[in-house]
Ligand binder design. Structure first.
Ligand code: DQQ
Length: 539
């Protein structure tokens, strides 16, 4: 094989084989977490899409079941595309998904568990009255997909949105129903934005103003704000805003502090798409799932026989500032931590390195806190890049000497560091404050040329002049690097395909390419053990 099978992620959600994309219909039902996903049963490129199905009791170990929803009826014969689950009162789960019909129209269909007493909910029934939401009334039938989880609105209607566009206007078209079967299109979308293109996989949910607990999707009122997320087909990135849901008009208005377009907030500034949240009533939290595609060629994907993983499920909550969300790997993930190394109070001189030894780091969890000390040498911020962290990082790479930073980790590095992916921060002095940039720079991640090695970056909204400290956590899984800056305020996921830094040959370093020293206050690195990951299919 062109790509060594050792590059297969071991603890990220993946399928036994073949192509995987969007997370679908995540839910908790009677002690079991259900996870569905877009899947091609016949190959490792996109096509023949069905809803594959896995179950878990802890979101870490997964058992694969047979596909739950697959093309069988005229209303979904050309594909069973993305959608969501809603657990109706009385513990009755229901799925709404997009079907592609013989005229290539995108329609919304409903499916119910065939046997509610099967704890795995293996079989799903699609009633003959489908589709329940056809593309009528001016709706663009080839841009009409990905229904959300429904919420029970104060006007006593079940309410949901479907992603769409009208000309270049991205739209979240709103539908209401009394019985979940008959749906009526509202006059106005929940939200729309001009000149932006198709909104795929919208998500809409409340977040508590205080604390980290999640709230059920139907909660509204004083104690919450709302979050609206879209996957923007035009850029293949996701954007979210924090705002207010005016339930009398079924209108969502983003706060002035968050912007709707490509300058806005992202869950993840890297390879992360088609995400979806669900409320977990067992642990009162909201959990985010997102897809991390391969960044290798389709030719290689065919050769290795699998493609795509899901990022580690993340708990999400509103930051104290009220301006953005915070994300953190679900607490269950810690149960996979094995051998551990601890480093304390190490000065990393300007231009210096520190190797983290005695621990295997191809499959690891690393947490580090940096103390930047003085900010006197911080480089001048270039306002041209205020809305484009990614372009800024492409210019100021890990190799570009700085003032305060670049400092951070070199992950999946060869022993001589010729191969490495830099995960780092850089502090700038802007007019009235300091700006912190967080980057993934994989330009030297592999000697192989076919792989796509984009730099990814986002700004980190912290007051570094006050804290002087910044934390970084990176989950490394052979060909996945998933990083959380400042406790989960800025997240970046990359797919990396080393040619040397594989398995036991993968090394981990701390580096500092700034003009001034920085200190590692603390560093913890754990080897991660391999969970049960969909290895056998239970029928
Ligand atoms: N993937 C699905 C669509 C969705 C897109 C098809 C997003 O429903 O819009 O596999 O990745």
């Amino acid at each position: 094989a062109v790509v060594n099978d050792e590059l297969k992620p071991r603890y990220h959600f993946r399928s036994p084989r073949n192509w995987l994309n969007d997370p679908n219909g995540p839910m908790y039902f009677k002690g079991i977490y259900h996870f569905f996903y877009q899947y091609n049963p016949y190959g490792s490129v996109w096509g023949n899409i069905v809803w594959a199905h896995s179950v878990s009791t802890n979101l870490i170990n997964w058992k694969a079941l047979a596909p739950a929803i697959y093309p069988s009826e005229p209303f979904d014969i050309y594909g069973c595309w993305s959608g969501s689950a809603t657990v109706l009162p009385g513990d009755k789960p229901v799925i709404l998904y997009t079907g592609v019909d013989p005229e290539q129209r995108q329609v919304q269909n409903i499916a119910f568990p065939t046997n509610l007493s099967d704890p795995y909910l293996r079989e799903w029934t699609k009633p003959d009255y489908n589709p329940v939401i056809p593309p009528e009334d001016g709706v663009n039938a080839s841009a009409f997909r990905d229904p959300t989880t429904a919420w029970y609105a104060p006007n006593k209607h079940w309410t949901l949105v479907v992603g769409s566009k009208r000309d270049r206007r991205g739209m979240a078209i709103l539908y209401r129903s009394k019985d979940f079967v008959h749906w009526i299109k509202a006059k106005h979308p929940l939200h729309s934005s001009k000149d932006i293109g198709m909104w795929e996989c919208p998500d809409f949910f409340p977040v508590a103003l205080k604390g980290r607990q999640g709230v059920d999707t139907s909660v509204y009122g004083d104690g919450v704000k709302h979050v609206f997320k879209v996957s923007l087909d035009a850029t293949r990135y996701e954007y979210y805003t924090v705002g207010t849901y005016y339930h009398l008009m079924d209108k969502y208005v983003p706060d002035a502090t968050s912007s709707d377009d490509h300058t806005g907030l992202r869950y993840d500034y890297g390879n992360f798409y088609a995400s979806k949240t669900f409320y977990d009533p067992a642990k009162r939290r909201r959990i985010l799932w997102g897809w991390a595609n391969e960044s290798d060629s389709a030719y290689t994907d065919k050769d290795k026989g699998w493609a795509g993983v899901q990022a580690i499920p993340r708990s999400i909550w509103l930051d104290d500032s009220g301006r953005q969300l915070v994300q953190w790997p679900i607490e269950e993930f810690k149960t996979l931590r094995g051998k551990h190394i601890f480093v304390k109070n190490k000065n990393i001189p300007s231009g210096g390195f520190l190797e983290v030894k005695d621990v295997q780091t191809a499959q690891a969890d690393v947490e580090v806190t940096f103390d930047v000390g003085s900010l006197e040498k911080a480089e001048e911020f270039d306002p041209y890049y205020v809305d484009d962290a990614q372009a800024f990082c492409a210019k100021k790479t890990a190799e570009t000497r700085g003032g305060v930073g670049p400092f951070g980790l070199l992950v999946l590095a060869s022993a001589n560091r010729e191969e490495r992916t830099a995960v780092f921060f850089r502090v700038f002095k802007a007019q009235s404050k300091y700006m912190v940039l967080m980057c993934h720079d994989p330009t030297r991640s592999s000697k192989r040329e076919s792989t796509y090695k984009p730099t990814f970056a986002g700004f980190v909204d912290i007051d570094i002049a006050k804290t002087r400290k910044i934390s970084l956590r990176s989950l490394i899984d052979h060909s996945v690097v998933e990083s959380f800056g400042a406790g989960g305020k800025t997240c970046i996921t990359s797919r990396i395909y080393p040619s040397v830094a594989i398995g036991e040959n993968a090394h981990l370093f701390v580096f500092n390419n700034g003009a001034q020293d920085v200190k590692v206050s603390e560093l913890n690195a754990w080897e991660i053990t391999e969970p049960e990951m969909n290895d056998e299919i239970i029928y």
